[in-house]
Design a protein around this ligand. Structure first.
Ligand code: SUG
Length: 448
C-alpha cells in the first residue's frame, strides 16, 4: 500500500445469535460464572448489539455485521458418535448429556474480538491485510468456532489473507484480537503491533488461579504468519493479578487507538517497563504514545468493563469512547472517563450504551467487535451487503423481532424447535446478506 493512501477502521460486530444464553461455561470469566442458570433474552441481546452498530453508523464510521454461527453444532455431535438426522442427533445428545449440548448451543461467536487477530496492510511485509482465525482452545464451547469463523471472514473480506487457526492445542492458545493492540500515528501509517499474552507454554513456572488463555507461542506464530517486522512488534505479558481478578482477556483492562493507550494500572506487571518499551518502538515509528492510566480498584474496572470500551477515531480528528452503561454507574469508572474528557488528550466524547445481555456473559462493547484497518481501496473490496447503514440495521431489527425468542432457560437448550427456528433465521439472513449457502445445514440441504 502507498503510505499516503487514506485508511479507515471497519468495525465488524457479531450479530448475537438466537441461542444467546447463560450456561456459565467460561472459567475465569466472573460475569459468565455469576450468571450461570439465569434466563437470557436473545431478542434483547441482538437488539442491543444492533443499537451499538447504529451508533457507529451515525458517527459516520464504517460498520459491518458478522452473522451468528449455526447452533446446535450437529456436525460435532456426529463426530462424537451420535447418529441419525440432525434433529435426531440433537435429541439423542440432549438426552445423553445436556451439559455437552449446552456447550454446542452457545452464541459465543458474537464476541468477534475473539474471531481473529488482524494486521493491516501498512504493517505486513507483503502489503496485504492478514487475519489469523483464533483457535480459542482454552474453553470447549469456544474451541468449536474456528471453521465457521474462517468461512465468514473469507466471505466478508474476500481479498484479505485469512489464515486458518493455529494448531489446536494449549501450546498455541490463541484468543484473537482481544489480546492484541495496535498503536500508530494515524490508521494509514505503519503501526506498532502489541501482542499481550497470559502464559508461556514451555517456560512457565508462574501459576494463576484462572487460566491465561493466550500464549506467547501463539502470539509469535501469528506475528510470523502476518509477516510483521520485529522492530514494530512487541510482546507484553498480562499481569497474573489481572487474570486472577477476572481479566481473562487483555481487552478487559486495556484498549488502544492511534497514539493512545487507555488502561488499568494492573493490566501489566511493570508499568514503567511497559511504557518504556512502547515508547522506544513508537519513537522509531515517529509518534509519541499517550498513556491514560487509571488507578482505581481492579475489581471495579472489571465489573464496570470500563476498559472494554471502544476507542474510536472520529472523522473530525478527535476520539470517542463507546462504553457500557455499567461504567457510567460505577463512580470510579465514570470519574476516570470525566477526567480523560477534561484532560489534554484526543478523547472528546463518551457514549454509554446498554449492552447488559452480553455483559452478563463478560462481553462488553470491545468484545462485540473486530477492528480491521483498511485503505479506501480495501474497504471497497469488502462484501458490501455486510456493510451496515441505518436502513439495513432497521431491517435486521425486524428480522430479529420475527425470529428470536425473548426468553431462554437452561432446559430450552434441548428444545427440538430451537434448532429449526435458528436455521430458519440464519437461512433468511444469508439471503439478506447475499452470502449463498454458507452454513453446513444449507450445504447439506435442509433445516431439519
Ligand atoms: O470467552 N463468554 C466469553 C466472553 C468473551 C469476551 N470477549 C472479549 N473479552 N474480547 C468468553 O469467556 C460465556 C458463555 C456462557 O457462559 O454461556 C462466554 O463464552
Amino acid at each position: 500500500m502507498s503510505p499516503q493512501s487514506k485508511s479507515v477502521e471497519l468495525n465488524i460486530d457479531g450479530l448475537v445469535g438466537p441461542t444467546h444464553n447463560y450456561a456459565g461455561l467460561s472459567f475465569g470469566n466472573v460475569a459468565s460464572a455469576g450468571n450461570k442458570g439465569n434466563a437470557s433474552n436473545p431478542r434483547e441481546a441482538a437488539l442491543q448489539g444492533l443499537e451499538k452498530m447504529r451508533k457507529l453508523v451515525k458517527m459516520g464510521l464504517p460498520q459491518a455485521v458478522m452473522p451468528p454461527h449455526a447452533r446446535p453444532l450437529t456436525h460435532y455431535l456426529k463426530q462424537i458418535g451420535f447418529t441419525g438426522s440432525d434433529s435426531a442427533v440433537y435429541e439423542r445428545a440432549w438426552n445423553a448429556n445436556p451439559s455437552l449440548v449446552a456447550n454446542l448451543m452457545s452464541a459465543s461467536p458474537m464476541w468477534t474480538a475473539n474471531a481473529a487477530t488482524v494486521s493491516p496492510s501498512a504493517d505486513t511485509a507483503d502489503g496485504q491485510v492478514h487475519l489469523t482465525t483464533a483457535n480459542l482452545v482454552a474453553m470447549p464451547h469456544r474451541s468449536v468456532e474456528a471453521p465457521q469463523t474462517e468461512r465468514l471472514l473469507k466471505a466478508i473480506l474476500p481479498k484479505a489473507v485469512v489464515h486458518s487457526a493455529l494448531p489446536s492445542n494449549t501450546v498455541f492458545g490463541d484468543e484473537g484480537a482481544a489480546n492484541h493492540n495496535r498503536m500508530c500515528q494515524s490508521h494509514d501509517k505503519e503501526g506498532l503491533e502489541i501482542f499481550v499474552y497470559g502464559r508461556e507454554a514451555f517456560r512457565d513456572t508462574q501459576q494463576t488461579r484462572f487460566p491465561g488463555r493466550q500464549t506467547l507461542e501463539a502470539s509469535k506464530a501469528v506475528a510470523r504468519l502476518h509477516k510483521l517486522d520485529d522492530d514494530k512488534t512487541l510482546y507484553l505479558r498480562q499481569s497474573a493479578k489481572a487474570i486472577d481478578a477476572g481479566a481473562f482477556h487483555n481487552d478487559v483492562v486495556c484498549v488502544t487507538n492511534g497514539t493512545v493507550m487507555f488502561y488499568h494500572k494492573d493490566a501489566f506487571d511493570d508499568v514503567a517497563a511497559m511504557q518504556k518499551s512502547v515508547r522506544g518502538k513508537a519513537e522509531a515509528l515517529g509518534f509519541e504514545p499517550e498513556f491514560l492510566m487509571a488507578d482505581m480498584p481492579l475489581q471495579e474496572a472489571i465489573s464496570s468493563y470500563l476498559f472494554n470500551s471502544q476507542l474510536l477515531s472520529l472523522p473530525n480528528g478527535t476520539m470517542a469512547l463507546i462504553l457500557p452503561k455499567d461504567a457510567e454507574e460505577t463512580p470510579s469508572a465514570k470519574a476516570f472517563v470525566d477526567h480523560c474528557l477534561s484532560g489534554n488528550n484526543p478523547i472528546a466524547e463518551a457514549h454509554y450504551l446498554d449492552l447488559r445481555q452480553s455483559m452478563r456473559n463478560g462481553g462488553g462493547p470491545a468484545c462485540l467487535r473486530l477492528r480491521v484497518q483498511l485503505t479506501e481501496d480495501e474497504l471497497a473490496q469488502v462484501h458490501s451487503p455486510m456493510l451496515m447503514n441505518d436502513a439495513k440495521i432497521s431491517e435486521l431489527e425486524d428480522w430479529v423481532k420475527r425470529h428470536y425468542r425473548d426468553r431462554l432457560e437452561k432446559d430450552d437448550l434441548g428444545d427440538p424447535a430451537l434448532m429449526t427456528e435458528c436455521r430458519a433465521a440464519l437461512d433468511e439472513l444469508t439471503q439478506r446478506l447475499s452470502l449463498g449457502a454458507i452454513y453446513d445445514f444449507q450445504m447439506e440441504g435442509g433445516i431439519t
